[in-house]
Design a protein around this ligand. Structure first.
Ligand SMILES: [Zn+2]
Length: 123
């Protein structure tokens, strides 16, 4: 098993936080969902969370992971702004936007994989 996707990006955390937020905004435009608030902050037990009024929070731990995983978590949370559960519609939308990315996630085990389990539908 290779763990290359889990190499920490220790350089320039401020730069990667800015890149992360820009990527969230570009996904938000693509998915046509309004983002009212956006924070990247330390989170003890979750990768991300969203509130019904359009505020999104993402864990700073994500900055150390492969951007393919960023996309998964971003699209997941953004879709919750219009679909608040993990039902059939949610999974269908996730697949349609991340089909390729989901395969990459499934074929790239990483130490943090357990924190994604149960959230990622089969590609
Ligand atoms: Zn969710």
């Amino acid at each position: 098993m290779t763990a290359t996707t889990a190499q920490p990006t220790t350089a320039q955390p401020a730069t990667s936080k800015r890149a992360f937020k820009q990527r969230v905004q570009s996904w938000a435009q693509k998915l046509e969902v309004p983002v009212v608030g956006l924070a990247v902050r330390p989170m003890a037990t979750k990768w991300a969370s969203c509130s019904s009024n359009g505020h999104l929070s993402f864990s700073t731990d994500l900055l150390c992971l492969d951007p393919a995983l960023w996309d998964y978590v971003m699209v997941h949370e953004l879709l919750h702004l219009s679909v608040p559960n993990h039902g059939k519609l949610f999974k269908a939308l996730l697949r349609s936007h991340l089909g390729h990315g989901l395969r990459r996630i499934a074929s790239n085990p990483i130490p943090a994989w357990n924190r994604f389990r149960g959230m990622v539908p089969r590609p």
